[in-house]
Design a binder for this molecule. Structure first.
Ligand code: SF4
Length: 430
């Protein structure tokens, strides 16, 4: 049996044209998916039942015992931290926010390690963005800044930019110009019409120089700006001003390098200045498939997109203080619940060291680096494959991911709801 138009729950592109072959209740083939999608849909290995760590041993247990154990850990904590959320559905994210509110904890999602600075920049100066459909149909100039989509989002170019013919661009590959800005050559830069190789940490200076040149202030620009020649900058400005519709996409090379959110502010302001000459938009290349959804759900429930602290009974947001890495670094939290994420693989050593010293609850279908630090891991259904749920594409368009095969595993929404109810029971019985 073939299921058509399946949404891929891997990266922020949320490609919705996959064909999935199912035989005897198992996935045996993936059409249209990139190598990342195939790895996700065809992955066989998974955790089969909840496991509790006792010393150096892990012991299998049942779901009821696992939920009770997790509830006890959280109920006994003074300052629980809830982290992850970008690899699950909006419904589970909403339950997580409710659980955090109940316990007066801190809830953060993985955007604090990736596009949190993008959000801070956008909070300062706004977001002149658009949908990926607009880009596909209209954009005749694409800029990828600090990202390598051919490897991180393998179908971004074929569905929306370089290789995607659109309503107003019948032969996109020839009609659309491509500029790549990065500190090193990549697969994406190899196919660019212009590759701007900047010095590490030089993004802010190059953005500022481009803005000045867009305003016609060429005379104040030196011959070289962070490794880029003035003549190349001039050429880029002419390409941008000459485009009918330009779309700038940026990645972690911009958000997580020197100047962080100020880079994003500068890039947004460059976009706005270019829009005085033509039409220009800017969009973050969101990584995890529903990290945008985590920002949306947190915002409509708490007013803030990530790093929300309920210790005072009301939501408080201060990136750098209430972000998960900072709380772990300061050894401030005394329990950690992780949903669909692997912070042990991505956070600084000091944060991971604190994870090893506090009780950790891990809700995830698969073992990963964080499993080795978890006091309890509860496997769940894989959202978008074994459970349906709402996700937001990288351009903010909400889509409904499908359940395409049956499973006996509970969803993470179920597990979080059961932990919430168990804590309420515990509190009511005191
Ligand atoms: S580009 Fe992203 S969403 Fe599309 S198939 Fe590949 S991993 Fe899935």
């Amino acid at each position: 049996m073939m299921k058509k138009n399946v949404i891929c729950p891997f990266c922020g592109c949320l490609c919705d044209d996959l064909g999935i072959t199912i035989e005897d209740g198992k996935i045996t083939g993936v059409d249209n998916g990139c190598s990342l999608a195939k790895a996700k849909f065809l992955r066989k290995e998974r955790l089969q039942s909840p496991v509790i760590r006792r010393g150096n041993e892990t012991i299998q247990t049942g779901y009821e015992e696992a939920v009770t154990y997790a509830a006890e850990i959280l109920n006994n904590a003074q300052r629980p931290l809830f982290f992850g959320w970008s690899g699950t559905q909006g419904e589970a994210q909403a339950k997580g926010v409710h659980l955090c509110m109940l316990l007066g904890g801190v809830i953060d999602n993985t955007s604090s390690l990736c596009h949190g600075p993008s959000i801070m920049g956008i909070q300062e100066v706004g977001h002149p963005g658009c949908t990926l459909g607009q880009v596909k149909n209209r954009a005749d100039l694409i800029i990828y800044w600090g990202c390598n989509p051919l490897e991180s989002h393998p179908r971004h170019m074929s569905r929306y930019t370089t290789y995607a013919d659109g309503f107003f661009l019948k032969n996109a590959f020839r009609e659309r110009k491509l500029i790549v800005v990065d500190v090193r050559k990549t697969m994406s830069s190899d196919i660019a019409d212009e590759f701007i190789q900047i010095e590490q940490g030089g993004d802010y200076a190059v953005l500022s120089a481009l803005r000045a040149m867009v305003r016609g202030e060429d005379e104040i620009i030196p011959d070289m700006v962070s490794g880029v020649s003035k003549s190349q900058l001039k050429r880029i400005v002419e390409m941008c001003k000459g485009a009918k519709f330009g779309a700038l996409f940026f990645g972690l090379g911009l958000t997580m390098s020197r100047h962080k959110y100020k880079n994003i502010r500068n890039a947004v302001e460059l976009t706005e200045e270019l829009s005085r000459h033509t039409k220009f938009t800017i969009s973050p290349m969101r990584g995890h498939w529903n990290v945008y959804g985590a920002n949306e759900v947190f915002t409509w429930m708490t007013g803030y997109p990530y790093a929300v602290d309920f210790a005072k009974g009301i939501p408080f947001y201060n990136p750098g203080e209430t972000t998960a890495a900072d709380i772990l670094f300061r050894k401030e939290c005394d329990a950690l619940m992780i949903v669909s994420s692997d912070p042990a693989a991505h956070m600084p050593k000091k944060c991971v060291e604190h994870m090893a010293n506090i009780p950790v609850i891990h809700i995830d279908p698969h073992k990963n680096c964080t499993s080795f630090f978890s006091d309890i891991q509860i496997p769940v259904a894989i959202t978008g494959i074994e459970a349906s749920g709402t996700a937001y594409r990288m351009d903010g368009v909400p889509l409904r991911t499908k359940k395409i095969i049956e499973t006996d595993f509970p969803t993470d929404t179920d597990i979080i709801s059961r932990i919430y109810e168990k804590i309420q029971e515990m509190r009511n019985s005191v």
